[in-house]
Design a protein around this ligand. Structure first.
Ligand code: ADE
Ligand code: ZN
Length: 335
């Protein structure tokens, strides 16, 4: 059996995908036209030019600048539904069985879009995927760390009804990392943990561009049970032991790390070290439309770089199920 075939059929879980990061250039231009949105003068003018631009990100900020412009074409509930559905349908064909998807509410509400319609559109697509594609799905709202924590707090308050209804399952933290350390958001997480239903899970981006100390400090001050990216944890053996002991899963995004120049090559993502230390991790696409690959493409890139054997892959797949925020019954189905 060819490895690519084995990896295609391996049941996969995705824990790190930004729904706004699944906006393919073709859909971006289509929605800009549909909604009469004027893109900035210096924005690439064609699908090909935009795809070319996506191959040349200098760093995280360079990507984020384009990502926030991209979002500006999303206006109606239908837009949000179309966006998420395209991602789900495509990923299902790549063997995706469970997804915990991020979105950035502040990126929409701050430009006058009604929160109800953002959540409504995403939810329609996710419910459809459960029915038609046999997937399980969760929705995680992220706070933007380049915005003031006071605005993060207001965002959490506006989400309380949706958490209560069980429409939103987790809270995360994303956007520009280095200048906005985790401690800024201690009170946001504290407030969320004390006021939202106890079933809600907490995670945060850490150790993507910043060093292992941001991972350590995020664990200390945010009360989170998972780390998004966390690749720089590998520089700190004590932290690695702690991650293994506390069973903190890292949601690793190999093609993202390469495109944003966190590593020169996928072979520099510390996959072997994570395996050696017993640090649980999953493999994810982050912003697949921007980074040149969906879930399976990320699995294949890891395989090309590391030539893992079947036992190692089964271990990775099992850890990825175990670290999912689903019932024990659903986990049994996914194993
Ligand atoms: N928002 C979308 N993708 C992101 C990433 N890789 N890091 C931080 N914020 C993000
Ligand atoms: Zn991310």
């Amino acid at each position: 059996l060819a490895t690519s075939e084995f990896l295609t059929h391996l049941p996969k879980c995705e824990h790190h995908v930004h729904l706004e990061g699944t906006l393919e250039p073709s859909l971006l231009f289509q929605l800009a036209h549909r909604n009469n949105i004027q893109l900035p003068d210096d924005f690439p003018k064609s699908v090909e030019a935009l795809q070319y631009r996506y191959q040349n990100f200098k760093d995280l900020q360079d990507f984020l600048n384009l990502y926030y412009v991209g979002m500006s074409v999303l206006i109606t509930e239908q837009d949000f539904e179309d966006l998420a559905w395209a991602y789900l349908e495509k990923s299902s064909k790549q063997g995706l069985k469970h997804v915990e998807a991020f979105f950035d509410p502040q990126g929409h509400v701050d430009r006058g879009i009604d929160l109800e319609l953002v959540i409504g559109g995403f939810r329609k697509a996710l419910v459809r995927a459960e029915k038609e594609l046999g997937m399980s799905t969760k929705l995680i709202m992220c706070l933007l760390r380049h915005l003031p924590p006071s605005e993060g707090l207001a965002t959490i308050k506006s989400f309380a009804p949706y958490y209560k209804k069980g429409w939103i399952h987790g809270m995360g933290l994303d956007s520009s990392e280095v200048e906005f350390p985790p401690e800024l958001f201690t009170s946001c997480y504290q407030y969320a943990r004390s006021s939202l239903p106890k079933e809600v899970h907490y995670t945060a981006h850490a150790g993507e561009e910043a060093g292992s100390d941001y991972v350590r400090r995020s664990l200390k001050c945010l009360g989170i049970s998972r780390i998004d990216h966390g690749v720089h944890s590998a520089d700190d053996p004590e932290l690695m032991k702690q991650l293994a002991e506390r069973d903190i899963m890292l949601t690793v995004c190999p093609l993202s790390n390469k495109r944003l120049q966190v590593v020169d090559d996928v072979s520099q993502v510390p996959i072997r070290k994570f395996l050696e230390y017993g640090v649980p991790f999953s493999i994810n696409s982050d912003d697949p439309a921007y980074f040149g690959g969906y879930i399976l493409d990320n699995y294949l890139a890891v395989q090309e770089a590391f030539k893992l054997n079947v036992d190692e892959w089964i271990k990775i797949a099992k850890n990825s199920v175990r670290g999912s925020w689903v019932s024990e019954k659903r986990k049994k189905d996914l194993y």
